[in-house]
Each structure stands twice: as C-alpha cells, then as structure tokens.
Design a protein around this ligand. Structure first.
Ligand code: GDG
Length: 457
C-alpha cells in the first residue's frame, strides 16, 4: 500500500490525534493504515522559514512541521488567505481585500511548504493537499520534481466564474490546482463552478468532469466530508448525563432549547439568525418564556478586521434582543464567545429541541451533521439548515431555509418548536441513516481510492 502524505496548514498535536476534531477525525485511520506523514505549520514563526521540518512520530504516524517566516505570516494568513480568498470563495466580493504584497507572501509561504516537503517524498507516495491556504502547493511540488500521485481537497465552496474572475491573478491558482491529478470539492455546485472557471479563465477543455491543461489531465469530483457519526453519538449520550448538561437542563426548567454553534465568522449567518430569533419573539409571542436560545460562537481570526467588526455587531444585537425581550427571571438569548469542550457541545446538542445552522454559504458545515448524530432516537430535535450549506445536499429532511430572510428562519423556528414527535422521528431517522454510512473515514477512503486509481503521471 502506498504511503499517505497529508499537507495542511494546521496539523493536529501528535498526542491528541483524532481527538483534536476537524480534519484529524477523517484522516486518522488512513494515516495509520498507510504509515502516513502529516505535514504542516508548527504554529511558530521564525526570522526565516525552516528549511527542514521538525519531525516526530506518534502511534505509527509521522508529524512534520515547519515554522513560517515572521514577516510573511500576517500577510499570508490574515491577508491573502482570510482577507482575500475566504470572502471570495464564500461569494462575498464586497468583503474581499486585495493587495499584491499579501499575494506575494502567500506565494512565499506555499513555496516554503513545498520546498520543505518535496525532499521527504518518494515517487510512489500518495500526496493529499488540503484547503484554500495551500492552493499553490500542487504546482510548487511539481516544479520541485514530485511526479507521483497528487490530490487536492477544497473544504470551502468554489464560486462561479463571475465571482472567481474578480481575483487578480486567479488563473495562477487554478493552474496550480490543475497540477494535481485529483481535485475534490464538497458538492456538485462547487464542482460545476470549478469546471466553469477552468473553461472560462483558462480556456481549457472540460469533458466529463476531467480537465486537460498543459497536456495534463485532472479529475474533478465531489467528496462530501462526513463526521465520526457513531463516535459523536456515543459522546453525546454520555455527555448528556454529565455535569455541564445537567446544569444546563436545570437552568432551562421546562423551556425548550434552541442551539447554535459556530466559529464567529460572517459566513455563518449569525446576524440574520439573531434577527430571526428576535422576529420569532415578536410574531409568535406565545413562545416567550417557553424557549431559550443558546449561541456558542467561539472567537476566530481576530487578526482580521471584518471579524472584529462582526463581533461588535453581534455583541450589540445580543444586548438589544435581551434588553427588549428579557424578563427578570428569563434571559431569551445566551451568547458565549468562548470555546466549549467538544464533549460538552455534544451533550448540549442532545438536550436541544432545535439546531439552528444558517450559514450564508458553507462548504459543508459539520455542526449540522454533529447535531443530527447527537440526538436521542426516542426524542430527536429538529435541524434548521441553510440551503447554502453543502450539508443541505445530504440532509434534505432538515427544515431548509434561505438564510438571507430572517422572517423565513423565524417561521421555520416556530414550525420546528411545534413539530409533533412522529414527524421529528421520521425526519431524524432518514438523516441519521445517511450519516451512519457517509462518515469521515468513508470520505477519506473514497478520496484516496479515487486518487490511487488515477494513472501515475
Ligand atoms: C471548514 C468549512 C467544512 C465549533 N465551535 C466549537 C467547536 N466547533 C467545532 C464544530 C465543528 C467544527 O468546529 C466547525 O466545522 P464546520 O464544518 O461547521 O465549519 P468550519 O470551521 O468553517 O470548517 C466547512 C469544514 O471545513 C470541513 O470540511 O464543513 O464548510 O468552512 O466540528 O463542532 N468545537 C469545540 N468548541 C467550540 O466552541 N470544541
């Protein structure tokens, strides 16, 4: 079996492995089975990027990590990756900032990653590069002589040509991705947008989802990311009996819980979600005192100005909603900007009657899947899900809403809160059956099987 090499911006702490959540959950089995190496950033900056990574081994898996040049980290990460690419890939041209110096830093960091990784590779390795921070790594690896099988997976959405083309020098990023043998995206919409961008920006031929550019063939397919469904369900069942869940239950009394859990990010639709809850309390006053909405929104990317502005806006809105609707013994909205431990979250999901997941645009949205996995089969909660989350393609029995319309979300909330148990169970069972099959491990296996089937270049 070929060795697996993963390259991603962040790497899990070796000792935590899959317990770290995120990407680690999906790739843990594959890394172990294929005596893998996980390559990425050490979390440190240094005057110059490390020429050689620091490598440690844990549980049969190697972890190779490099420092990023101090002068490059901010323009690379807060600048190009999260100030330019993130808004662009989420269709938010109005929030996109562009500056050539940031693009140059992004190029340097991607080149430094490839320069440190290339000497560790052998021609029959399977190399799998992840996400928008490393879009130039495929081409950089090829230019350093790596000719083996190379895959790239994009975790976030891919926009249509009219949006993508606004990015100066965007063609160079597309060309780099086409240096890979396999490009994976989350949904059919992302796939058709990516192919349309290749045809439109590069003028290349696209047939049956395969792109031929500069004499090289690249397959583009969808691989929707999953979660460790059974593992998360077990964690939730256990955590629901624990102290934090008991305290939450006691604090709620007879009130129904609506829960939202997101990184504090403008793509997650938090402002419209708060407005929707405000609207529910106005249009359906019978729910006053009968519900509590708990929103956990862990601070994220505070080095980017747009995220700080969003935080201020949400703080203001939360204050306004509570000021207007609260009673001396009822706080309608509980809003936390700190991280909550993963198991505690799982237990809270299980207590909730409604999971509110309304991103304006999201590659997949794992919270939606975690909410479903965490439910008690005898008394499952209802998922309200944005039509623009990748997860909506699979979780079709959720109440699907347009996140641009707070009123529509409010109506879905009223419907979810009043939904009879029979309908709740029927919807949940169908979604849960799907999630039991479409796990994170199945996702990684599908991608790697497909990559292995690509003809060796
Ligand atoms: C990107 C794409 C795609 C959240 N708050 C806390 C916490 N979380 C955990 C959730 C979930 C994860 O973080 C968030 O994953 P999402 O998928 O919802 O969103 P992104 O972070 O934007 O991820 C996304 C994903 O990549 C995978 O491909 O689905 O579309 O944007 O697991 O539970 N975890 C803990 N405390 C918190 O407060 N412990």
């Amino acid at each position: 079996m070929a060795r697996l090499v993963i390259a991603s911006y962040r790497v899990a702490e070796p000792k935590r492995g899959a317990a770290a959540g995120g990407l680690a959950v999906g790739i843990a089995d594959a890394l172990k089975a294929r005596r893998g190496l996980w390559f990425g950033w050490s979390g440190r900056t240094a005057p110059a990027p490390s020429p050689e990574p620091d490598i440690v081994e844990h549980g049969g898996v190697g972890y190779a990590r490099i420092d990023i040049a101090s002068a490059d980290h901010a323009p690379f990460y807060a600048g190009f990756a999260n100030g330019t690419l993130w808004p662009l890939l989420h269709y938010r041209l109005g929030l996109m900032e562009f500056d050539r110096a940031a693009l140059a830093a992004y190029r340097r960091v991607n080149a430094a990653f490839a320069a440190a990784l290339a000497p560790l590779l052998s021609p029959d390795d399977l190399v799998w590069v992840h996400d928008y921070q490393l879009m130039l790594v495929p081409r950089e690896l090829r230019s350093r002589g790596f000719a083996g099988r190379l895959g790239f997976f994009l975790h976030v959405p891919f926009p249509p040509p009219d949006v993508w083309c606004a990015l100066p020098q965007g063609s160079a990023l597309l060309e780099s991705l086409l240096a890979a043998d396999l490009v994976g995206v989350q949904t059919e919409r992302d796939r058709s947008n990516f192919l349309a961008c290749c045809a439109h920006c590069l003028g290349v031929a696209v047939t049956d989802g395969t792109v031929v550019h500069a004499g090289k063939q690249t397959v583009v397919e969808t691989f929707p990311v999953g979660i460790d469904t059974q593992g998360f369900a077990r964690t939730a069942a256990r955590a629901a009996l624990g102290r934090a869940a008991r305290q939450l239950r006691e604090s709620l009394g007879d009130r129904l819980l609506i829960i939202g859990v997101d990184r504090l990010d403008y793509s997650k639709g938090l402002i419209n979600r708060f407005l929707a809850y405000d609207s529910l309390l106005h249009i359906e006053p019978s729910w006053r005192r009968q519900v509590t909405y708990l929103q956990i929104a862990a601070r994220s990317r505070i080095e980017v100005a747009q995220y700080r502005a969003l935080r201020r806006e949400l703080d203001r809105l939360a204050g306004r909603i509570n000021g207007e609707h609260a009673e001396f013994d009822w706080t309608p909205l509980r809003y936390l900007t700190r991280e909550v431990p993963r198991a505690t979250l799982a237990g809270f999901f299980r207590l909730a009657r409604v999971g509110l997941v309304t991103p304006m645009r999201d590659g997949m949205n794992l919270v939606a899947k975690e909410f479903v996995a965490a439910q008690d089969a005898a008394d499952p909660g209802v998922l309200i899900l944005s039509a623009f989350a990748g997860a909506a393609a699979e979780l079709t029995e959720a109440l699907i809403v347009n996140p641009h319309d707070p009123q529509e979300i409010a109506e879905a909330l009223a419907r979810a809160l009043a939904m009879p148990i029979g309908e709740r169970r029927a919807r949940w069972e169908t979604m849960m059956a799907r999630l039991r099959e479409a796990t994170a491990a199945a996702w990684a296996k599908a991608f790697l099987d497909r990559l292995e089937a690509c003809p060796a270049p």
